[in-house]
Design a binder for this molecule. Sequence first.
Ligand code: SF4
Ligand code: FES
Length: 240
Amino acid sequence: MDEYTVEIKRTDADGKSSMQTFKVPKDKVSTVLETLLYIKGYLDQTLTFRYSCGMEICGSCGMEINGKPHMACSFVLDNFKEDKIVIEPLKHFKILRDLAVDIDPFFDKYKAVKPYIIRNDDGNYQKELLQTPKQFDEYMDYSMCIKCGLCMAACPIEGSDEDYLGPAPLTAAWRFIADNRDQGKKMRLEIVSGTEGASRCHFAGECTEVCPKGVNPSFAIQKLRSSMLGLEFQKLFGGK
Ligand code: SF4
Ligand code: FES
């Protein structure tokens, strides 16, 4: 029978890691998630990984597949054209067990940029906040983020500086600044202007390359940078 060789990095609760090899039947349609479920169901029920929706919506099944961050639920093994697949937990995240990583620090950074509409009227507006299709287009692409963290795992700065806000949180900052209903631009720009904010980005572009939803964090960070410059000019020339 034709088989794939699947090597999985296992880490126990004490943090001890080793590679374990499994043989799984080859077909044309199975995703990495289905392969992991097969292994858990038939070969080793102790294998730990995280998933929920199975359709690239929840963002919880990110992992390194042959050295690159991917969503396990949408990665079809046959697309890879290789018989050996190496699966490891997402880089730059602390491993909890096997392929499950600690996402709390990522969400803490996400929350830090205030990823919600901020209004001067505290939301007590009297009529619907209408948007033109053009205004909607300004942030629509950035709102597709599923918070999977693949961009964080691909980002070289994240790997060397864990305090760097990172591509997804910075993209979230831009998503709300670009929304015409939002009035928190100045507050958010102050947050992303810090030493661990948008100016740390070297524009390697790997975040954009790995994003499964076509979000472009690299471009969002460029937009933030030019807005930060605008804020600096405003301060220099007496604006508030
Ligand atoms: S920007 Fe893309 S890669 Fe990054 S967390 Fe959002 S969906 Fe995932
Ligand atoms: S299981 Fe939800 S994105 Fe993969």
